[in-house]
Design a protein around this ligand. Structure first.
Ligand code: FAD
Length: 400
């Protein structure tokens, strides 16, 4: 099946319309309302969004209306304050109750951009871009190019200076939210800077010279559209650079660390209700004259899922706390969380499937979890790249 081309104006598609719950809009963003909203609004639409292979834009907008993207953003920038841990917890609530892992991966991509603008942005980002991202515009972070995604420093996207600012040309691929996004952080290089030339640019994707590819056909995560971004002599103002010209890699490692920790946290939260469900199933299902829960190998699979939840959550929180505290080992910890979370999620997804026997292999919610989980091994950087980062960070902090 060919995935539909989706633009930012594409309606949410044939999904059930749901009334706003009582007390919906205007509720304080720090209350548990996001979990409730995910349960009553996102989860019932998840299957329809998956079949239509689209991001659930209606739920996206409702979350913005309820103040999700103001959590963690300082008040003087239009937010409600708090820390990035608060935002991470809200996203975990949505992962736990929303039944839509793809949607949550799109949230992670957006969260990374919001944090990046707050932490590394200047006047242009804070005044021109951040307000729209808090109100429902969709963000993306574009590093990967057709020749490779792991070795981001080999980017071929190039910027040259112009009297007004910059002109950016290049091609990005497999970018979460790209088919529907309004703004993207683009990694490129400025050759005139010499050896240290990697630079981050904030691009309005509705600008002349920007073209988006169609949503890619993926094994899973079909509610999180990925695609290409073509940039041809895209004119950018001077202030579009995030951080300093030539300092893009250093800034980038801080930005992607938050995304990586979120992968771990979301993996744990997503698995929590699935573990409850499968425990109930193993009580009900009988083999050899007793509930399958009585069999030790079954108990082992359940225990492994719980261990994944505990380890992924703990390592993710350690990563987020380290980022908030400015700990130099934050990047290492966030890579541990990403690795633990995505590998554990894949193993847990298989355990959920196996525990249901043939029913687990029938196309449906359980096979969808396996398909979705596999994507998390690659999105956000592969396991090999997390290991490489852990080693590099470890050696950098080793005192000899
Ligand atoms: C669902 C999804 C969402 C995505 N969203 C985004 C996004 O929002 N933004 C974005 O920029 N990209 C995104 N990507 C792309 C993703 O980041 C890249 O696919 C990933 O970084 C790997 O790059 P690659 O596919 O080019 O593989 P390659 O870099 O070509 O790597 C191929 C294989 O070689 C291994 N490898 C490479 N170098 C080494 C090494 N030194 N040591 C050991 N093994 C190595 C890799 O681990 C991998 O197994 C997304 C991908 C997916 C699947």
């Amino acid at each position: 099946m060919t995935a539909p081309v989706i633009t930012s104006s594409t309606p949410a598609g044939p999904l059930p319309h749901l009334e706003e719950p009582r007390g919906g809009r205007g509720e304080l963003p720090h209350d548990p309302g996001f979990a409730e909203f995910a349960r009553t609004h996102i989860a019932p639409r998840a299957d329809g969004a998956y079949r239509a292979e689209i991001l659930d834009r209606l739920s996206w907008q409702r979350l913005a209306d309820r103040g999700l993207w103001r959590v963690g953003v300082p008040e003087h920038l239009g937010g409600v304050g708090g820390t990035w841990r608060d935002l991470a917890e809200r996203i975990a609530d949505i992962a736990r109750e929303g039944d839509d892992l793809g949607f949550v991966l799109s949230l992670i991509a957006h969260a990374g951009l919001v944090r990046a603008l707050v932490e590394h942005g200047g006047e242009y980002h804070h005044r021109t871009v951040l307000p729209s991202l808090m109100k429902g515009a969709v963000g993306a972070t574009a590093l990967t190019e057709p020749h490779g995604g792991s070795d981001v420093a080999r980017t071929r996207t190039t910027a040259v200076r112009t009297p007004e600012g910059w002109s950016l040309t290049g091609l990005k691929d497999h970018i979460t939210n790209a088919p529907v996004a309004d703004r993207a952080l683009i990694l490129g290089r400025v050759p005139e800077l010499g050896r240290r030339d990697i630079t981050l640019f904030l691009v309005n994707l509705h600008s002349p010279g920007v073209r988006r590819g169609p949503a890619e056909e993926l094994l899973g995560l079909r509610t999180s559209p990925t695609g290409a971004i073509h940039l041809e002599d895209v004119a950018l103002p001077e202030g579009a650079v995030l951080g300093a010209p030539g300092e893009g890699l250093r800034t980038l490692y801080d930005i992607i660390s938050f995304d990586r920790a979120l992968y771990g946290l979301v993996a744990a939260a997503f698995l929590e209700p699935r573990l409850d469900e499968v425990i109930s199933f193993t009580w009900r299902r009988e083999a050899f004259g007793q509930p399958i829960l009585e069999h030790q190998y079954v108990q082992g699979r359940l225990t492994d899922i719980r261990i994944t939840i505990e380890v992924a959550r703990a390592t993710a929180m350690a990563g987020i706390e380290a980022l908030v505290a400015g700990d130099p080992e934050a990047s290492l910890r966030c890579s541990v969380a990403k690795l633990t979370g995505s590998e554990g999620l894949v193993e847990a997804a298989q355990n959920l499937m196996r525990l249901h026997g043939h029913a687990g292999y029938e196309r449906g919610p359980l096979t969808r979890i396996v398909q979705d989980a596999l994507g998390t091994l690659i999105a956000g950087g592969t396991t090999e790249m997390q290991r490489k980062n852990i080693l590099n960070q470890m050696l950098a902090h080793h005192r000899g």
